[in-house]
Unconditional design. Structure first.
Length: 164
């Protein structure tokens, strides 16, 4: 499965030490150079900056041929623009991206997008992680989601675990 990632899902999965679910779910993940640059910014947590200095073998870097223009998409960062462009160019099966504005653009480009919460739920459905634990860890970071969304995910997880 060809998967392209933006900064946010990688950042948060590394922070909560769940980045290893990515190769288990998708085998390889491709990122554009702007995403690597984002992950190395001084404001990025040290854990993530350390991780990206020696990225795992399953993480590939590929530059998009035609990045989206900043003037056309002023609400998107460079990493988001490059990730969307790259996902289009390589005809990715999935784009890992959290930003709401970026997801709207991805949808307009006929890309299938999933965010950090969706990745965690997919991993839980595959039996790779305990979703309540992962969500509890995620809530200790700067990740933003409503309490209602967390509850929906927990309720679905509990329903999956109920004996039939």
């Amino acid at each position: 499965m060809l998967v392209v990632a933006d900064t946010s899902p990688l950042n948060y999965l590394v922070l909560i030490q769940y980045d290893t679910i990515l190769p288990a779910l998708y085998e390889r993940v491709t990122v554009p150079p702007a995403v690597l640059a984002d992950l190395q910014q001084p404001r990025t947590p040290q854990t993530v900056r350390t991780w990206v200095t020696s990225p795992p073998a399953w993480l590939q870097v590929q530059r998009p041929i035609q990045p989206l223009h900043a003037q056309s998409y002023p609400n998107l960062g460079a990493g988001e623009r490059e990730a969307i462009a790259l996902a289009q160019e390589v005809q990715a099966h999935l784009l890992l991206i959290d930003d709401a504005d970026a997801r709207v653009v991805a949808e307009r480009c006929a890309l299938t997008a999933i965010g950090t919460l969706g990745i965690l739920e997919t991993a839980a459905m595959a039996g790779l992680i305990d979703l309540p634990r992962a969500l509890a860890l995620l809530q200790t970071t700067t990740f933003h989601a409503s309490k209602q969304l967390y509850q929906v995910l927990l309720d679905r997880d509990a329903a999956r675990k109920r004996p039939m």
